[in-house]
Design a protein around this ligand. Structure first.
Ligand SMILES: C[S@@+](CC[C@H](N)C(=O)[O-])C[C@H]1O[C@@H](n2cnc3c(N)ncnc32)[C@H](O)[C@@H]1O
Length: 230
């Protein structure tokens, strides 16, 4: 069996990219259906913040789904919010192929895919544009020496606060207890920016990573943050 190759690039922190990679580049198997669907990426791609600001006035809401994996959550969110533009963020090629396949199969017209590190987009946005943000099962980075790679920390919550509308909501879920504690600490440190509640799953579908957690007997921790005024 050929194991998927995992590449972890140690990037230096610089002015243009003031953060470490929060994902591993997975060069795993990509199916022929995903490969075929990826040919449509240009049609559904969100290029940059200028394009996003141009699209936004045509929709009642703008929703961001960060690290969508295979896109189960994104499809659900887009179908339940036909009046919203859903910005779907992922760097994992086969996952992007899966979401593109679902978009075509279900004739979904309100999803745009940002296929680079989401911080490349967020750091360039200076207005409150998002009404809702979802982060479902961010990479847990369990080893202590890798905690600095975790996407969710106080700095990232600050970036989200800058780009979300007052009273906008951020839904977070993790299936790793130690990451849950880390997230709770970051939320606590950002208490002037958000009001927070532990919350149930909210009708969202169980994603692939959540299903794996359930099969392995791990609990899913969920949080709902409401942005306070700036
Ligand atoms: C553990 S997976 C969870 C996927 C999906 N939400 C689920 O629950 O099945 C986390 C995903 O976040 C993506 N990711 C991590 N850091 C990211 C970033 N900075 N920008 C965009 N996507 C990111 C990874 O590529 C990975 O597919």
């Amino acid at each position: 069996m050929v194991l998927p190759l995992l590449l972890l690039k140690e990037r230096s922190i610089n002015k243009d990219k003031p953060y470490l990679a929060s994902f591993v580049q997975r060069l795993g198997r990509i199916t022929s259906a995903q490969k075929e669907a990826l040919k449509l990426l240009d049609k559904f791609k969100l290029i940059d913040e200028t394009q996003l600001l141009g699209f936004a006035p045509d929709y009642k809401k703008v929703i961001l789904d960060i690290g969508f994996g295979n896109g189960e959550s994104t499809v659900y969110i887009a179908n339940s919010n036909p009046e919203a533009l859903v910005v779907a963020s992922e760097v994992y090629k086969s996952g992007i192929g899966s979401l593109l396949g679902s978009i075509v199969e279900n004739s979904i017209g309100n999803i745009k895919i940002f296929d680079k590190d989401i911080r490349e987009l967020l750091l360039k946005i200076s207005t409150s544009i998002f009404d809702e943000i979802y982060i479902i099962c961010p990479d847990p980075w369990p080893k202590a020496r890798h905690h600095k790679r975790r996407l969710l920390n106080k700095d990232f919550l600050e970036i989200l606060h800058r780009t979300i509308q007052p009273n906008g909501t951020i839904y977070i879920s993790t299936d790793w207890k130690h990451y849950a504690e880390f997230i709770e600490e970051a939320i606590h440190d950002s208490s002037k920016k958000f009001e927070y509640n532990k919350t149930p799953q909210r009708g969202l579908p169980i994603t692939r990573f959540q299903q794996r957690a359930i099969n392995e007997g791990r609990a899913i921790h969920t949080y709902l943050l409401e942005a306070l005024k700036k």
